[in-house]
Design a protein around this ligand. Structure first.
Ligand SMILES: [Mn+2]
Length: 326
């Protein structure tokens, strides 16, 4: 069944000349890794491939070392209509963001690979989703194999980035034998774990470290320390000279605390939106809370956008988290 559905993507791929590959807004390592691995593979098939960045303003410095990164085109600058629109790691069309959504809407010929538990199977004519895969990059790897293409070091590097980031450096609950088995394959095919770790995890700017210090000072505890949260606001970024993406990993600083089973980091934006990141270290399903606030994600790592003030957000979300912890 699995191989058959991936196999069925071969015909529409072979029929297309120009292909746009796109991931979700606020790109993470899995989204970027999946986009770039698939781009490399499709180029080897002789396709004219455009890897799309959903927004212009993301710098994503820690991912700039990835092979093919400099070929990413902001969706807003891409005016063409490709023969095929290929989405990866995107569970529903709301997750494209406005610029990429416009490309998605003008190209009706679509394929999708995903691994969220709530994938909208209507997002593409052919949608393949396997929530048992810790990262979408694992499915991209399978597709490359199903297409009979070589699994080159470029693809392996990108897929390794996908799996190491979506498993939180092989720490989240989704880290299983399958994920580690794929990671082994990626390394056997040329991925270099230390190089990837040096770039993604060990190249933090001073501003990022200082932002983490502010976040640590504000840690708040509830439910005997099982529920922990913190927050950060635009003035903090200004004070330490940080850019927006310097806050992307802050949820991990909350999560690292002993006994913190359910964690939340709130990032107040200057557009009246509070971005919430939720993490669980036990069996709690934080995606269920994210869903209540029109967000999504995975059981142990999810997010949402809340319209309102920090206090309004805390008042709305904390009661739901307390229910989870008890
Ligand atoms: Mn993912």
């Amino acid at each position: 069944m699995e191989t058959r559905s991936l196999d069925s993507m071969a015909a529409p791929i072979r029929a297309a000349h120009s292909i746009a590959v796109c991931g979700h807004v606020h790109p993470d390592g899995d989204s970027l890794g999946s986009i770039l691995a698939l781009t490399h593979a499709l180029k080897r098939l002789g396709k004219q491939v455009t890897p799309l960045l959903p927004a212009v303003d993301c710098k994503l410095r820690e991912y700039a070392f990835m092979p093919g990164f400099c070929d990413l085109v902001p969706a807003a600058e891409y005016q063409e209509t490709p023969d095929l629109f290929f989405s990866v790691d995107v569970p529903n069309s709301k997750r494209f963001g406005a610029d990429a959504l416009a490309v998605y809407e003008r190209c009706q010929n679509r394929l999708a690979l995903d691994h969220h538990s709530d994938t909208d199977m209507e997002i593409a004519a052919l949608t393949y989703s396997d929530p048992a895969c810790a990262a979408c990059g694992m499915i991209v790897w399978d597709l490359i194999e199903a297409l009979g293409l070589p699994q080159e070091p470029e693809e392996a590097m990108c897929c390794y980035v996908a799996v190491v980031t979506d498993t939180g450096r092989f720490q989240y609950q989704n880290t299983d034998a399958r994920a580690l088995g794929y990671a082994t394959d990626f390394v056997l095919s040329g991925a270099i774990p230390s190089l990837i770790a040096n770039n993604i995890y060990l190249s933090r700017s001073m501003a990022r470290v200082q932002l983490e210090a502010i976040c640590t000072q504000r840690l708040s505890f509830e439910c005997d320390g099982k529920l922990v949260y913190s927050w950060i606001c635009p003035q903090d970024y200004e004070a330490v000279g940080a850019c927006p993406e310097d806050g992307e990993e802050l949820a991990d600083c909350v999560r690292s605390l002993a006994g913190a089973n359910v964690c939340m980091l709130l990032r107040v934006q200057d557009n009246g939106i509070v971005r919430g990141s939720l993490r669980a270290k036990d069996d709690s399903d934080v995606a269920s809370v994210a869903h209540d606030f029109n967000g999504g994600g995975h059981k142990a790592a999810a997010g949402f956008n809340f319209e309102g003030s920090l206090q309004e957000c805390l008042d709305a979300v904390l009661p739901r988290l307390r229910e989870l912890v008890r």
